[in-house]
Design a protein around this ligand. Structure first.
Ligand SMILES: C[S@@+](CC[C@H](N)C(=O)[O-])C[C@H]1O[C@@H](n2cnc3c(N)ncnc32)[C@H](O)[C@@H]1O
Length: 301
């Protein structure tokens, strides 16, 4: 079903399913001998929905072991998630080494960084996502006996609503430098919400703050180049990925938006990061790594 401004979801519907899929990629990547990340919670987070969604947590996936297309797509997805997760893990490590003491994960989904990274004492992590998505994650991790390794604050709200107010009500302190993350988020926001998001990040950022953003310049070009394969992935869940994302052609690049606001911005392509980590990204969704932009920016002190 196409998107509308008041749509909401849980972990097994609409945009929520995309959080489940990327967690599946992290689960697979975590088991590889040359894994770029280890996410010990991804399996439980994927497997606790109570349904029989075919999101794999290992390859080969039982029942699909002779399906080369399935295997190729999920193998690619796992490497892609390894590269992406590692890059943003390193972003947070660098931030805390530089003295930043709070982070905001915009659209955290099933991201388990608050539970798995070695945050320094007193570090606060705020996670914003749909109420039912955060509730699911918190319940699964509690049942697993996992505890956050930081001061974790759930901020259950839609990012098209007044999330800056909710964030501050949850204890966020705009006078302290912040590390912000928008990973796997922008394609799911309409133009006006993306514009407001960057304006809010800027207005809530003390000098010394930094931000990391995953960006695809043209969702429609990406869809055109990989459409059949995307659909192969998502039709297994009964969703059409092209109905979940917004056409973003013509939106300013995040690095341009941030530079205009006085931030010092940089960008790497997914293909470049994959090479740097020794895990070249080619195969099933071939063109995607060159369209994937990883933007980081700092607000000078
Ligand atoms: C592809 S998942 C990425 C999750 C997480 N960042 C990760 O990389 O594992 C997209 C996430 O964006 C969240 N999301 C998208 N639009 C949102 C909105 N308007 N309000 C709150 N969350 C949103 C979804 O609920 C979902 O968890």
């Amino acid at each position: 079903m196409p998107r509308h401004d008041n749509d909401r979801w849980d972990i097994v519907s609409s945009v929520g399913l995309t959080a489940l899929m990327v967690a599946g990629g992290r689960a697979i990547e975590s088991k590889r001998p040359d894994a770029l990340i280890r996410d010990p919670f991804a399996d439980a987070l994927v497997s606790s929905t109570g349904g029989d969604l075919p999101v794999p947590t290992r390859l080969p996936h039982p029942g699909r072991d002779d399906d080369a297309e399935f295997e190729g797509i999920w193998s690619f997805t796992a490497t892609h998630m390894g590269v992406r997760t590692r890059f943003f893990d390193d972003f947070f490590r660098q931030a805390w080494e530089d003295g930043v003491s709070q982070a905001v994960v915009l659209a955290s989904g099933l991201d388990a960084r608050a539970w798995r990274l070695d945050w320094p004492d007193g570090f606060a992590v705020y996670e914003i996502d749909q109420p039912k998505v955060l509730e699911y994650k918190e319940q699964v991790l509690a049942r697993e006996g996992a505890h956050p390794r930081c001061a974790w604050h759930a901020v259950p709200i839609d990012l098209r609503e007044d999330w800056p107010a909710a964030l501050q009500q949850a204890g966020f302190d705009p006078s302290r430098p912040t590390a912000w993350l928008a990973e796997g988020l922008l394609p799911y926001l309409p133009d006006h919400a993306e514009e407001r998001l960057f304006a809010a990040v800027h207005s809530l950022s003390a000098p010394g703050s930094r931000v990391a953003v995953e960006h695809i310049r043209s969702i429609s070009a990406l869809m055109d180049s990989n459409l059949e394969r995307y659909q192969e992935i998502t039709k297994q869940f009964g969703i059409e990925i092209d109905e979940l994302v917004y056409d973003n052609d013509g939106r300013p690049d995040p690095d341009a938006r941030l530079a205009e606001l006085g931030w010092q911005a940089e960008c790497s392509l997914g293909s470049e990061l994959a090479e740097r980590y020794g895990r070249p990204l080619d195969g099933a969704l071939g063109d995607m790594p060159r369209q994937q932009r990883y933007v980081t920016a700092r607000l000078p002190r």
